[in-house]
Write a protein that binds this ligand. Structure first.
Ligand code: ZN
Ligand code: ZN
Length: 466
């Protein structure tokens, strides 16, 4: 999930607060065939784990535009073909990506010691000697904005801004400002460099990275994220009241490469009908193996489509899109919209918030399709999924298409521990809970069973083992 996703996330998070006041269960009957698909997935799915485990083990980290992301695409094409999907292809596009070099931070005075830091995507780079300067601390970007330029010029700015975990992840929007706005504000004030407290909710000594950009003509300066314990250490040192000197080294380079969207389909019984698109993003940051962000999302949506395939063919085509280059700026979503955005889509949805259980369904299918939205909500309710808004949906890569009016569904995952792991070296397979992963697959299978229409086995084909 990138910073540009925030507005949509906040809007989606805000809307259902009112709607959460005890809504009676929708008085809508659930098709027994849909219920059977749902319950079978909840009890038995192994496809999502198989994909998540395979991608994170056999490819590992998949930074957009690098050869690792290219290997991930090759892996994905082979996997999706082996699972029986058709029209498996890659839509490629060029990207420029920041590739990390050597990074370090240390306090030189008054208490010399090393800190744990990682550069943010889009940071300016230092030479091997780094930059050395006096540290000036702020508790928020707003405090930095209020500071006189003379106080900041030539210094290393430190922004400390605590973030609390929330189920809907809304803290990311509220507390992400140091990463999103901080670099530009610091640069325009003449700062030498910027270090921020990681946008994370854990106590591990691991920085949270993410993308940022300099806006309004701000010149690039080095920008690093300190782990939460290291940020608190800097805060304590600053409170001692003596001048604090830091050396910060953020080396790296911007590399021009190729990214791409991996697309696969389960062709519907009536291919002329608008497809249902389910998505995730294939790329990851370069520190962990991108298990919760977002290999699990790719596993979830492909598993759901495969479970439909195992029962036959739905009325509408199901299109799986594993977007490329989400993390560095939603470039896969931009490319897809450019190529296919004017074609009708029956609905679009994206899984990109980890692998913990889904607790709410939002949808934005339009007033004429309220009955369909209610059938979906009713079919999801037995999984413990609340009905949220009928006029909101969210998604990172698909956000621009939702904004353009394409019908969409948002299945909200529990984000309570998402920002413990998000964009850190700790985002690895062992954090994925197989039971909650199956609940996700059950919800997405339900989504497809309702929206893609009745699943029927082609005549003359023998019934396969389930
Ligand atoms: Zn993501
Ligand atoms: Zn992300």
């Amino acid at each position: 999930m990138t910073s540009r996703f925030i507005a949509a996330l906040l809007a989606a998070a805000a809307a259902p607060l009112a709607a959460q006041a005890p809504a009676p269960p929708p008085p809508v009957a659930v098709d027994p065939a849909v219920a059977a698909l749902r319950d079978d997935a909840a009890a038995n799915d192994h496809y999502a784990w198989d994909i998540t485990e395979g991608l994170t083990t056999e490819v590992g980290q998949r930074l957009a535009g690098t050869e690792a992301e290219a290997r991930a695409r090759a892996w994905s094409v082979a996997k999706l073909r082996a699972m029986g999907f058709t029209n498996v292809r890659v839509d490629g596009f060029p990207v420029t990506t920041p590739v990390r070099g050597a990074e370090s931070a240390e306090i030189l005075a008054p208490f010399p010691q090393k800190l744990v830091v990682n550069g943010l995507g889009g940071s300016g780079f230092t030479g091997p000697e780094g930059v050395t300067g006096e540290v000036i601390g702020f508790d928020s970007v707003d405090s930095l904005r209020l500071a006189p330029d003379e106080a900041v010029r030539g210094k290393i700015v430190f922004i400390d801004h605590r973030m609390a975990p929330t189920q809907d992840g809304s803290g990311y929007g509220q507390f992400g400002a140091p990463r999103r706005a901080g670099p530009t504000v610091a640069s325009l004030k003449g700062a030498l460099a910027l270090v921020i407290r990681s946008i994370g909710t854990d106590r591990d000594r691991m920085p949270h990275v993410g993308v940022m950009e300099f806006q309004g003509g701000a010149r690039p300066i080095p920008v690093g994220a300190l782990s939460v314990p290291d940020a608190e250490q800097v805060e304590r040192i600053l409170k001692r009241g003596q001048p604090v000197t830091m050396r910060l080294r953020i080396q790296g380079q911007r590399v021009t490469g190729v990214s791409g969207n991996v697309i696969a389909e389960l062709t519907g019984r009536d291919p002329a009908l608008a497809p249902v698109l389910v998505a995730c993003h294939l790329d990851s940051w370069d520190l962990g193996t991108g298990a919760i962000d977002d290999a699990a999302g790719c596993g979830i949506v492909a598993a759901a489509a495969k479970r439909i395939m195992d029962r036959g063919r739905p009325l509408r085509t199901i299109r799986i899109v594993w977007f490329g280059a989400e993390e560095i700026g939603l470039f896969g979503g931009v490319d897809y919209q450019k190529r296919y955005g004017t074609q009708p889509h029956h609905a679009i949805a994206e899984s990109d918030f980890g692998a913990d259980r889904i607790w709410r369904v939002n949808s934005k299918l339009g007033p004429a399709r309220r009955e369909e939205a209610k059938r979906l909500a009713a079919a999801l309710a037995p999984l413990g999924i609340l009905t949220g808004s009928f006029d909101a949906a969210e998604g990172s890569d698909i956000g621009a298409m939702i904004a353009a009016g394409v019908p969409a569904v948002g299945l909200s995952q529990d984000g309570t521990r998402y920002f413990d792991l998000h964009h850190t070296a700790n985002d690895t397979l062992d954090k994925v809970d197989p039971v909650q992963l199956r609940q996700n697959v059950a919800a997405w299978t339900t989504l497809l069973a309702v929206l893609a229409g009745p699943v029927k086995r082609p005549l003359g084909k023998s019934r396969r083992r389930r």
